[in-house]
Design a binder for this molecule. Sequence first.
Ligand code: UDP
Length: 319
Amino acid sequence: MVKNKRVLIAGGAGFLGSYFCDYYVSQDWLVDCVDNLSTSSGHNIEHLKSKSNFNFVRHDIINPLPRKIMTTKYGLVINLASPASPPQYRRLAIETLQAGSQGTLNLLELAKNSNARFCLASTSEVYGDPEVHPQPESYWGMVHSYGPRSMYDEAKRYAEALVYAYRQKHRVDTVVARFFNTYGPRMDPADGRVVSNFVVQALKGQPLTIYGTGNQTRSFCYVDDLVEGVIKLIDSSQEGPMNLGNPTEFTILELAKKIRRLTSTSSRLVYKPLPGDDPLQRRPDITLAKQRLGWQPKANLDSGLKKTIAYFKEELGIS
Ligand code: UDP
């Protein structure tokens, strides 16, 4: 358990990052949230700015960290800083590679100098288009190193390798969490992920855009479940990598139909070309998280989607 209750959360203004800021602020930690706002507006942390134990620093982690941060002693450093949706990381391809490499290195140096625990938010994308299903942590993956997803997949794989090297060489207390598809309130309506796209399209009465046949699968984890799992992992002495996600699998077509039903929309389905290297199937094997953390997700897709739909309705001003 971390004793020095001061945390640096890189990417803290993003969809997931803002939940970790909330959590550590509520636990009376001193929270420094670092974000370059390249894929978020800052909207998700607006409510924290009046808190005396919350500090926002607009900074890109690929550049040397500000002196004030480098001279602070943290108990915990969490790295969530990266574009994470396929359209965003394709648009910011080089920045994504830099965030995973130099950005992660800068944060590992900070953790080393602070004697802090370091948590890397990694991803199911390290498994690529998997030939093993569901995916256990022991599977090494099938990633295309030269293609439309490689900037994200390889950046995260490199980041994992850096974490490993810092642990071996500098004895930094590290942990790697591999997040699978996560959704919920505070997703950016425009970030291009499937849940936000479908919900926004349904609420606006626009056609739902199915890429490819819609027979590809994903397993969707409600944000509160994921956050709980990550916090348990950070509080443990585990090193990971550890999968965190919901093991119930759906086709994209099933997801579209569910969202149509839950929003009572008359939106039709339209079929668009499947982007290159889009994984055909994805589902986490969470045996390790169950055994080591006693964690598993609680929310089913219907209940999580209802809360997400309510959030987007309010954001978009739809009654
Ligand atoms: N997808 C879709 N329509 C959309 C957005 C995404 O059919 O409007 C598909 C996408 O091709 C992928 C799946 O939904 O097969 C999940 O996409 P997302 O971008 O959410 O995340 P990924 O798991 O691919 O990183």
